[in-house]
Design a protein around this ligand. Structure first.
Ligand code: SF4
Ligand code: SF4
Ligand code: FES
Length: 482
């Protein structure tokens, strides 16, 4: 550690850090745009200018390393004038379309202007016009007039994604961000460019104009798109999830996440099961929970303790949901067998960075339980099944081939095809009980590194969905005197 002074305040800071990092670590506000802690230092925006005693001109604090005895000034009248000057330049051709800009409310340019400038424009000429709403790839839209040429997005593609799609062309005020000819922004992490863009130049095509950010509530959660378990901020309002953003966790995902995982929120909003269903005369009928519980208790209550009962755990479900079912069946039916199911994906995406080919968030927990896959059989004929999540492909075939006596299924969604009369893909079940998604209840997941991570509850369960633990507890009370 070495000693420096910032604004006459003596501080101990780590050797090798920059003046900007030292200031930020000590809650001293220096405005900046092009600096990003996970990218190389570009030093092109000049927003972070400070004065350092003994130096005859201002320096950019994002590149200047601290030295023993250094005295830094970040807030004198002279420094403030420099900050205002830089902001005036940055804003010279800026369209100032904050009222229709998606970044409004979380924009560094807006924030820095209000904190460090508030000067009206003195421009008398017409502003330079540039392309607006230009798709850079399938998921990212560029408003070039809003771009402040900080190159964070270019550096992300070069240094993190390693795909080099973006570049700045032209010169001076006419400079434009664009993709190389024939090379659209299609890398698997392209939406991270939206995260690093400090202004509203890059926006998510999926999220654009869906919601003003100040209406969103944020819940710390975990992406359930694959076994990596990237830490996320879940942004939602009125029981609808609008977007995921990466939440910093150096040990898991640093500050990044993949596009596929980022867009995996949609199942929380769509195709949801809100009420219990019971199969009557070959068709599902919506029923009250009371009736569903009575029917479920009748199936389990009529089953001799020694007969075949199978619990199907799920790598999509949380540790709590899996443990609740396992404990319930083990206690009621000591000979109950257990299998697991996982989400099956043909040709799953994967890479050496974050994306795992296993598209299940909790496979590691199931390995700890030491049970085998459902399709690995052999399955007892005519068993009673209680299943924790939708079955697809080989898993469903294995179940149907075992000619089950009765199937009780917990699920939050109808599956790939919406329910319509007798043609539902869920017809292999007899009773379907609606459960909340991980956004509507607290849950724990164990990722591929063996790290136990918590997804917090964002909002109340949708429709009449009920937590598995509570449903099993009620069934237990009905059945336990046996
Ligand atoms: S689009 Fe955003 S991140 Fe990229 S250079 Fe422009 S302002 Fe910077
Ligand atoms: S790498 Fe996996 S956990 Fe991370 S964002 Fe992508 S899908 Fe989600
Ligand atoms: S943040 Fe220092 S020059 Fe841009």
């Amino acid at each position: 550690m070495i000693k420096i002074k910032i604004n006459d305040k003596e501080l101990k800071v780590a050797e090798g850090t920059t003046v900007l990092q030292a200031a930020l670590a000590n809650k001293i506000d220096i405005p900046y745009f092009c600096y990003h802690k996970k990218l190389s230092i570009a030093g092109n925006c000049r927003m972070c200018l400070v004065n350092i005693k003994g130096q005859n001109k201002p320096v950019i604090s994002c590149r200047e390393r601290v030295k023993e005895g250094m005295e830094v000034d970040t807030k004198s009248t002279e420094v403030k004038k420099m900050q205002q000057g830089v902001l005036e330049f940055v804003l010279k051709n800026h369209p100032l379309d904050c009222p229709i800009c998606d970044q409004s409310g979380e924009c560094d340019l807006q924030d820095n202007y209000f904190k460090f400038s508030k000067f009206p424009s003195r421009l008398e000429d017409k502003k330079i016009r540039k392309p607006k709403a230009k798709p850079l790839g399938p998921l990212v839209t560029l408003d070039d007039e809003r771009c402040i040429l900080c190159t964070r997005c270019v550096r992300f593609c070069d240094e993190v994604a390693g795909t080099h799609e973006l570049c700045i062309t032209q010169r001076g005020g006419h400079s434009e961000l664009t993709t190389y000819p024939g090379k659209p922004l299609t890398n698997a992490y392209s939406l991270c460019t939206v995260d690093v863009c400090p202004v509203g130049a890059l926006t998510s095509t999926d999220f654009r104009f869906k919601k003003r950010v100040w209406f969103l509530k944020t819940t710390p959660s975990i992406c359930t798109g694959c076994a990596t378990g990237c830490n996320i901020k879940m942004d939602w309002d009125d029981a609808q999830v609008y977007r995921y953003r990466p939440r910093e966790n150096e040990a898991v995902n640093q500050v990044w996440m993949c596009d596929e995982g980022r867009l995996s929120y949609k199942f929380i909003n769509e195709n949801r099961l809100f009420d219990p269903l019971i199969k009557k005369n070959g068709e599902f009928v919506k029923v009250e929970w009371k009736e569903a519980m009575r029917e479920s208790a009748a199936i389990l209550g009529d089953t001799p303790v020694a007969s075949s009962v199978i619990g199907v755990l799920s790598a999509q479900a949380s540790c709590e949901e899996n443990s609740a079912l396992k404990k319930f069946l083990e206690t009621l039916f000591p000979k109950a067998e257990f299998f697991w199911t996982k989400k099956e994906v043909k040709n799953p995406s994967h890479d050496k960075f974050l994306i795992d080919a296993d598209k299940n968030p909790n496979s590691a927990f199931l390995s700890l339980l030491g049970v085998g896959p459902l399709e690995g059989g052999p399955l007892a004929k005519g068993a009673i099944y209680i299943i924790l999540d939708n079955l697809t492909g080989k898993q469903r075939e294995a179940l149907v081939a075992s000619k089950p006596k009765k199937v009780i299924l917990f699920t939050s969604n109808f599956g790939d095809v919406p329910l319509e009369g007798g043609t539902s893909p869920l017809m292999w079940a007899d009773i379907i009980l609606p459960k909340p998604t991980f956004a509507e209840q607290e849950g724990t997941f164990i990722n591929r590194q063996g790290m136990t991570q918590k997804a917090k509850k964002a909002f109340e369960p949708k429709g009449h969905a009920r937590e598995i633990g509570k449903v099993l507890e009620e069934l237990w009370t009905t059945l336990s005197p046996r």
